[in-house]
Design a protein. Sequence first.
Length: 235
Amino acid sequence: MEKSEDRRIPAEGTSCPECRNTERHGTRVFRGFDALPRFVRPVVTVGSYDGVHLGHRALIDRLTAEARAVGGESVVLTFDPHPRITLGRGEGLRLLTTLDEKVALLRGLGVDNVIVIPFDRTFSALSGEEFARRYLIGKVGAATLVAGYDHRFGHDRIDCDRLAALGMRIIRVDERSVEGEHVSSTAIRRLVEAGRIAEAERLLGHRFRAAVQETPATAETACGEKPGVSGRNNE
């Protein structure tokens, strides 16, 4: 079973209880969508971002650069718990970072805002268009989305490019490889499980901390075998 941890992330509909601290570092943290401020020309990305590895960093670098270019704010939407747990595919999953660690890494990359989405059964059943209309556009006010080369949205797995029909500008970021090896959270987890920590850190781009938890193997499936709102590249 998952070990308990003090995530220090706020309840849904509230801003971070440590916002005085995070704002000094230029990052605001929110849980859910009910207490969001009006962002200035938000540039957004969506994903689990487990490990915040080199592939993620390429996305975040593009995100923050684009936000600066338009005089706006960078916004990362991430999930808690990990979608695989909610979708009943969390057996044996060992996350690379806790929620607090992930937020700290994103803060270190200069992200302006992090929104932690409570990924439950209801949320996982949203279509890509519903998610975009209701949350990306309706709640966040996003006009620009930065996404990985293969990122898809919703239980119906729509391509990000379809969101352009809703008036969103889509920026794609190419796949990241290190010495010919594709960088992904899944690949890094396999290296960690095999005890190949130095190789895992090469793909992470930072030191690996083993303060992670095993996730429950019995989480109830929300919508069959479909992966939910987030696609693979931002896993």
